[in-house]
Design a protein around this ligand. Structure first.
Ligand code: ADP
Length: 620
């Protein structure tokens, strides 16, 4: 028998485990089951690669035994096992950099440190949150001598030779008197399901249960030993695609997404090479109810080697993909990875990048009804992505859909440019709140007349922020039609000529409207309507408006410019009108009705109505 001191850091760690007010004690099961699974993976590997360890009928298994009488919980495996040296170097010292840095960050401030433990699984040592003492009985595969490593977690451990038939490890945990909840079959089963359901090896729970037989005199109650497998033991995503049917994928989707029926699409990928990981993603047919809530729930679960790590990390995918459901399973991440570490982790950053590319390319492939459904459900989020994900902007622009003056429903930018003027290479758009008002806006008249398609952007809040920063798509420039000259407009000389001809009229209207309008001028963008109004895009406030919107603030008021249609009969007549009162009333009505067409309100609705009545009366 040999007594040993734990490495100093472990001593500190153990003390902390035992005394911390740690609330998530159940994770010790996850840690030990995961160690067992690793040991099975290791043996499985040498069995398959090394003649010496060939064991034809070996089947990896994990056993959990609950002994209420004894007050102990046992976790066993028939994996690689450990010899004396292994026990000292693996359990007696901290080899892993993760644990080491964890211990180094310990401050001795018990409260603070117990939080740290929460963020960091600390493997085997987590058992001391619940254990009075622990025996590790183990035999390394290929060796004859077995050992028992015993400790009560107070700084010393003891190793002595014992006999054990099979290779593998049994961890016997004498539970502290107030930790007996883990002897309850349902409690332990629940923990295993929660964290280890997709461990690839069967987890067999052995427990005793009272059973009554016979009746009357012969009635007898006794404890009966039970044994049952409590995990699914297949990590669906680890199976080759060729072995999986659509139903399998749908069933798994229903479990993880809590949804009925089939998803819009799914994608299952295994990446091998310098980094290994598997992803299985689903896009629901209907957007999850909480995607526009700040406290939405992440739909992606992170596994490391099939061990569940978290379903609460919103950084696994970019926020605009928050409707995606599924799993990421990394072979390279350490199990005991903290939240903070996850966020800066390079391995994860790489997985994320790869996943986004795959998801977007799958979305791009959607066609027909599916593409329509996708646009209906997620277009706004794609717009969000255009704004936030610079790397994938081009792909997102291929995915996004817009309403268009050319047709009902939505169009893609590729469709737009296929119909547009390939010499000018301009994508015209107009932003507003109301689709119908936008479609009927006088500002579109010149475009309609020249059969130039204009995109109708009616997600005003988001479009106003996102669209101006798009810049270009496949070398086509985005143009807000309210900030540019109308198409096919007259030559500069012609325009100046007209402007001169109507100068006295525009001056006169401006003097009637006063400060309500910044400028009144002749228009080249109108064909049917007598007048229109535009926000002055040269006003410094117009540029600021975006920033205000981004900060969620009310937009500052931007001065309006009124344009009149010199070809319109009414404007021509107005140019020669002598009745001053009528002139004033008509000027106001022209201005206010132009505002109405753009979804803006007349300043004084009562006066507006009175003026309309006055004009009508004169006309009769
Ligand atoms: P981790 O598993 O993250 O490496 P642990 O502290 O849980 O950290 O375990 C330390 C080491 O002890 C493991 O890396 C492994 O080598 C060894 N070990 C733990 N449990 C077992 C087991 N059931 N069978 C074989 N080796 C084990």
């Amino acid at each position: 028998m040999a007594k040993h001191q734990f490495q100093t850091e472990i001593g500190q760690l153990l003390k902390l485990m035992a005394h911390s007010l740690y609330s998530n004690k159940e994770i010790f099961i996850r840690e030990l089951v995961s160690n067992a699974s690793d040991a099975l993976d290791k043996f499985n590997y040498i069995r398959l690669t090394d003649e010496q360890f060939k064991e034809a009928d070996w089947k990896g298994k994990i056993f959990i035994g609950l002994d209420k009488e004894d007050g102990s919980l046992t976790i066993g495996d028939n994996g690689i096992g450990m010899n004396e040296e292994d026990l000292m170097s693996h359990l007696g010292t901290i080899a892993k950099s993760g644990t080491k840095s964890f211990v180094e960050s310990l401050t001795g401030d018990a409260k603070k440190d117990s939080n740290l433990i929460g963020q960091f699984g600390v493997g085997f040592y987590s058992v001391f949150m619940v254990a009075e003492y622990v025996d590790v009985i183990t035999k390394r595969a290929g060796e004859t001598q077995a050992y028992k490593f015993s400790t009560d977690g107070t700084g010393e451990y003891e190793i002595k030779p014992v006999t054990k038939e099979e290779h593998g490890t049994i961890i016997y945990i004498k539970l502290k008197s107030d930790e007996k909840e883990f002897l309850d079959k349902w409690r332990t089963q629940e923990v295993v399901k929660k964290y280890s359901n997709h461990i690839a090896y069967p987890i067999i729970l052995n427990y005793s249960q009272e059973e009554t037989t016979g009746e009357g005199e012969t009635k007898e109650t006794k404890m009966v030993k039970k044994s049952e497998q409590i995990n699914a033991a297949t990590a669906l995503w680890t199976l080759p695609k060729s072995e999986l049917k659509e139903e399998d994928y749908i069933e798994f989707y229903n479990t993880i997404a809590h949804e009925d029926g089939a998803p819009l699409c799914y994608l299952h990928n295994r990446v091998e090479g310098a980094q290994e990981f598997t992803t299985l993603f689903y896009i629901p047919k209907k957007a999850p109810f909480d995607i526009y809530r700040a406290d939405y729930k992440s739909g992606v679960k992170l596994y490391v080697k099939r061990v569940f790590i978290t379903d609460d990390d919103k950084e696994l995918l970019p926020t605009y993909l928050r409707f995606v459901r599924g799993i990421i399973d990394s072979e390279d991440l350490p199990l005991n990875v903290s939240r903070e570490i996850l966020q800066e982790n390079r391995i994860l950053a790489n997985i994320k990048q790869n996943s986004v590319k795959k998801i977007l390319s799958e979305i791009k492939k959607l066609s027909g009804e599916d593409a329509v459904t996708f646009a209906e459900q997620y277009n706004k989020l794609i717009k969000e992505g255009i704004y936030t994900d610079y790397t994938n902007k081009e792909t997102l622009l291929e995915i996004v859909r817009y309403k268009s003056s050319a047709q009902e429903g939505v169009v893609s930018l590729d469709e737009y440019i296929s119909r547009g003027n390939s010499e000018k290479k301009e994508i015209y758009y107009i932003i507003g709140e109301n689709e119908k008002a936008l479609r009927n806006s006088p500002l579109l008249e010149a475009y309609k007349q020249s059969s130039i398609e204009v995109l109708i952007l009616d997600d005003k809040e988001i479009d106003e922020i996102v669209t101006p920063m798009i810049g270009e798509f496949k070398e086509w420039q985005f143009k807000d039609i309210t900030t540019i000259e109308a198409p096919e407009s007259k030559t500069q000389e012609e325009k100046e000529e007209i402007s001169k001809e109507f100068k006295s009229l525009t001056d006169k209207i401006k003097s009637v409207l006063g400060d309500e309008v910044k400028e009144v001028k002749t228009s080249t963008r109108l064909t049917a309507s007598p007048s229109c109004v535009l926000k002055d895009s040269s006003d410094p406030m117009a540029g600021m408006a975006q920033m205000f919107a981004r900060m969620g603030q009310e937009m500052p008021e931007i001065p309006l410019i009124m344009e009149i249609n010199p070809d319109h009969e009414m404007i021509q007549k107005l140019n020669h009108l002598e009745d001053e009162n009528l002139f004033s009333a008509i000027s106001w009505v022209l201005f206010d009705s132009a505002k109405l067409s753009e979804g803006l309100e007349p300043k004084d609705k009562v006066l507006f109505a009175q003026r309309v009545a006055e004009i009508a009366n004169k006309a009769l």
